[in-house]
Design a protein around this ligand. Sequence first.
Ligand SMILES: [Zn+2]
Length: 90
Amino acid sequence: MVTCKDFLRELSDYLDETTDPATRAELERHVSECPNCWVVCDTTRKTIQVYKGMEAQPISDCIHTKLMEAIEKKAAESGHSGCCNGNHES
Ligand SMILES: [Zn+2]
């Protein structure tokens, strides 16, 4: 019986496909029955894919700046300006 704790401990091996077939089957059964672990597994797998995809190209400063601008703009529009600007008005 695989618990969430077991699953999370084996997760990196599971995603690397280095687990033995018996353990892998147990983990697959757990993830198919446990929404929490499914989300963790799915998120981790996508994160790994993103990092692998980025190996050849470093993160663009331009994209980062645009993202920050978009976040700041959205924050300003919604009136939540109290983030890290220090202007707690009203
Ligand atoms: Zn679980």
